[in-house]
Design a protein around this ligand. Structure first.
Ligand code: FES
Length: 76
């Protein structure tokens, strides 16, 4: 079983399941045993990459129902 990622309506990306969070160097974040986290997608968190609830005060709005993407462009 892998991870599930849910774009919460007007809020963060909720990550649950079997996942790890790493920085740009590949170093793993210590999540202190958390099995689920929320990552900011509004840009207003003071604790990036984590959501701190600032999306509410900022009035962030986004609704992302599931949909199909077109096939990827062929690589040259
Ligand atoms: S999504 Fe919650 S602070 Fe950005």
């Amino acid at each position: 079983m892998g991870a599930s990622i849910t774009p919460k309506t007007n809020g963060p990306l909720r990550i649950e399941g079997d996942f790890k969070l790493v920085d740009m160097t590949g170093k793993e974040c210590d999540l202190a045993g958390r099995a689920a986290i929320s990552l900011c997608r509004c840009g207003h968190s003071a604790n990036k990459p984590f959501c701190d609830g600032a999306h509410g005060k900022a009035g962030f709005q986004s609704d992302c129902p599931a949909r199909a993407l077109p096939p990827p462009a062929p690589k040259p």
